[in-house]
Design a protein around this ligand. Structure first.
Ligand SMILES: *Cc1c(COP(=O)(O)O)cnc(C)c1O
Length: 455
């Protein structure tokens, strides 16, 4: 399988090159040259556990890592999950919740980042290369990325976060990791400062190549690929004649895009319902065909406080009939004016979309706890609210993207009692922490990376 860019100006890449490259050199996102059709295999796959199904799906997209090498990488990635089924399905009333949060940082990003870390290490060690990952986080992604690569010999990771502006738990999840290849930088500035510092360093090409800088951002193809597996797994578990509908709490469109690919592969999926918070640029697009940037609003679902969804371009490419020229025009309009319109708006039967406000989100948490004794995190609650409001002919599946104890303020407020706990998070409070405070200046970050990067 080779990988092509949505913008059509990059020669096709192997899987390994696609993983190491991340963003395509022409600025586009990488996609497989074709989407495998698995319909004839579904009967034999129905009984498989999550990891065994992953070992059927991933090789369809990875033809440059032999199965005997891939298998231990996949098994180690998911051995870090605390639930024997990895992603268990839990009935909550008439909705099935797939808990994607049993990984080490209690958020669904672990499903992808645990595997991405293993893939990076495999590829780098065979090439005799080292990589210094630089990232900026406002909270969640930083810890999931750190846990994906901690202790790996060929990788160092530098994570910048705004000092004093991430929650106590989020900071502890990063700074209590003792491995020497993990470097937490508390930047005296805002999250925007952190992101700008990162962008500026990546744009300095000599610095980037001297210090072998890399990224693990959400556009990496391997992250999307890893996420296809749980759509396949959950749809096969619940299929009994009628295809399933997924309700997906959405920010950067990475999660729901994996569902779109699973549907196109032939898994029994009726529809994907994209659930956003009040940052509703995506749900507005699906109802009007107009893609228009607004101001970011801060809500109780911070991982979804996003206006421009970095993975959306992948879906647009298919929506625009795989025509890179039309796609480039659309993206250029959007980046120059903050607004772009589909030239031939066609209804897409694969998707529905809805925006859920903060009040509804909190009320779903309270009602679900009262009626079913099941505690939702606010992101998952956005998905569940969508499932209550948008009908489906077959089984309803809501993806649970975080454990409620990661967002205790909103959850406890909704329920009116101190209920959001997890033993793994309580344990962090006693542990030693490591972090370096630096000013929000380019020189400070450069010096730190230059002094600590391994080459
Ligand atoms: C990242 C994240 C999301 C959004 O996922 P996307 O792939 O960006 O759409 C939703 N919920 C939680 C808890 C997350 O961490």
């Amino acid at each position: 399988m080779r990988y092509i860019s949505t913008r059509g100006e990059t020669s096709p890449l192997s899987f390994q090159d696609a993983v190491i490259t991340g963003l395509a050199p022409d600025g586009g996102l990488l996609l497989p040259e074709e989407i495998p059709d698995v319909r004839s295999r579904l009967g034999e796959w129905r009984e498989l556990g999550f990891v065994d199904l992953a070992l059927k799906i991933l090789p369809l997209y990875i033809d440059d890592i032999p199965l005997e090498d891939l298998e231990p990488l996949v098994r180690s990635a998911y051995a870090t999950f605390s639930h024997p089924e990895v992603v268990p399905l839990i009935p909550v009333g008439d909705i099935n919740v797939v808990e994607l949060f049993h990984g080490p940082t209690l958020a669904f990003k672990d499903v992808a980042l645990q595997l991405l870390g293993q893939l990076f290490e495999y590829i780098l060690s065979r090439r005799g290369e080292h990589l210094n990952i630089l990232g900026a986080t406002s909270g969640d992604t930083g810890s999931a990325a750190i846990y994906g690569v901690r202790g790996l010999p060929e990788i160092d990771i530098f994570v910048m976060f705004p000092d004093g502006r991430v929650s106590e738990l989020q900071e502890l999840q990063m700074t209590t990791v003792a491995d020497a290849n993990v470097h937490c930088l508390a930047v005296e500035g805002s999250f925007d400062d952190c992101q700008n510092l990162m962008k500026t360093l990546f744009a300095d090409l000599p610095f980037k190549s001297t210090y072998r800088l890399g990224a693990v951002n959400s556009v990496n193809w391997a992250r999307v690929l890893a996420q296809i597996v749980y759509y396949g797994y959950a749809s096969l578990k619940l299929y009994a004649g009628a295809p399933v509908t997924f309700y997906v709490p959405t920010g950067n469109f990475g999660n729901v895009f994996a569902g779109y690919l699973a549907k196109r592969m032939g898994f029994p999926i009726e529809r994907l319902v994209l659930a956003t918070n009040e940052n509703d640029i995506l749900s507005a697009f699906f109802s009007t065909g107009v893609y228009q940037r607004g101001e970011v609003r801060f809500t109780v679902t911070p991982a979804m406080d996003i206006q421009v969804a970095s993975n959306f371009e992948r879906y647009l490419y298919y929506l625009l009939d795989e025509d890179s020229e039309r796609l480039r025009r659309f993206m250029n309009d959007f980046s120059s004016t903050g607004r772009a319109v589909l030239d031939s708006p066609g209804r897409d039967e694969d998707f529905a979309a809805i925006a859920i406000g903060v009040e509804d989100t909190l009320s779903v948490i309270r009602r679900t706890y009262e009626s079913h004794g099941y505690l939702l995190d606010p992101h998952t609650a956005v998905g569940l609210a969508a499932a209550e409001q948008i009908a489906a002919a077959g089984p309803k599946i809501c993806l649970a993207t975080a454990h409620p104890a990661k967002f205790p303020e909103a959850v406890n407020k909704a329920v009116g009692a101190d209920v959001a706990h997890h033993a793994a998070l309580e344990l962090l409070r006693g542990l030693p922490t490591r972090r370096t405070v630096i000013p929000a200046t380019l020189n400070a970050v450069r010096d730190f990376v230059a002094n600590h990067a391994r080459l």
